[in-house]
Design a protein around this ligand. Structure first.
Ligand code: UVW
Length: 214
């Protein structure tokens, strides 16, 4: 049975994709091109520097390494400024209740995110205390779809991968969970998250009994 649950942050705990989109779009416009919402989808679960490379390739823009570093830092400053508007009410529906249920049943919890901002965002929505371990962009050397992020989380919690469930909204994240040998619960649409063991629209009608039934 499942002994640990590992959660992606962006799109699973909180919807920060909208802020990434605003901040990348402003950078793109400053460089003379636009970024669509659909193009922004490609950035989900992807690290900051890889996201920058994708955005620049969309615009056909080439920058020096120095300018890339400057642009990425400026984007992050803007992104964090937008994130600071969030309150604890911005946690996605049902996720706090589900985490309470896990705690009450002694199931370990971990965060597995490519973001270097994971801790500050969890603090902002007052949810840092829910996680027994945080594996974020400051710790990993290989991004999703590599399994490293979730294997580190399982090792921190001392739980074998086969007894871990991963909650993910990104295709790369589901791939990462499956490569780690874990149960993958997709948050979103089954037509997109085809490798997931089950796909749910969100946590509103999901609890431990549903998890144990998969
Ligand atoms: C991601 O968006 C994944 O990374 P960061 O928050 O570090 O820019």
């Amino acid at each position: 049975s499942i002994q640990a649950c590992l959660f992606d942050l962006d799109g699973v705990i909180v919807d920060t994709a909208q802020f990434h989109y605003i901040a990348w779009r402003e950078m793109a416009q400053d460089l003379g091109f636009d970024l669509t919402r659909e193009e922004n989808e490609r950035l989900k679960g992807i690290s900051r520097m890889e996201s920058l490379e994708i955005v620049l390739s969309i615009g056909g823009v080439e920058l020096s390494e120095e300018e890339k570093a400057r642009r990425a830092a400026a984007k992050n400053t803007r992104y964090l400024e937008l994130c600071m508007q969030m309150t604890p009410d911005d946690a996605l529906p049902g996720v706090r209740r589900f985490l309470d249920e896990l705690k009450a049943n002694n199931i370990s919890t971990g965060l597995g995110s490519a973001s270097k901002n994971a801790q500050v965002i969890l603090e902002r929505i007052d949810m840092l205390h829910y996680f027994d371990t945080i594996v974020d962009g400051n710790r990993i050397t290989k991004g999703k779809p590599d399994p490293q992020v979730f294997l580190m989380g399982a090792a921190d919690l001392n739980v074998p991968p086969a007894q871990c469930a991963v909650f993910e909204d990104a295709v790369a994240g589901i791939e990462s969970a499956k490569a780690a040998g874990m149960l993958a619960v997709g948050i979103g649409e089954a037509s997109v998250l085809t490798q997931a063991d089950i796909v749910i629209p969100g946590f509103e009608n999901f609890g431990l009994p549903q998890l144990e039934n998969i």
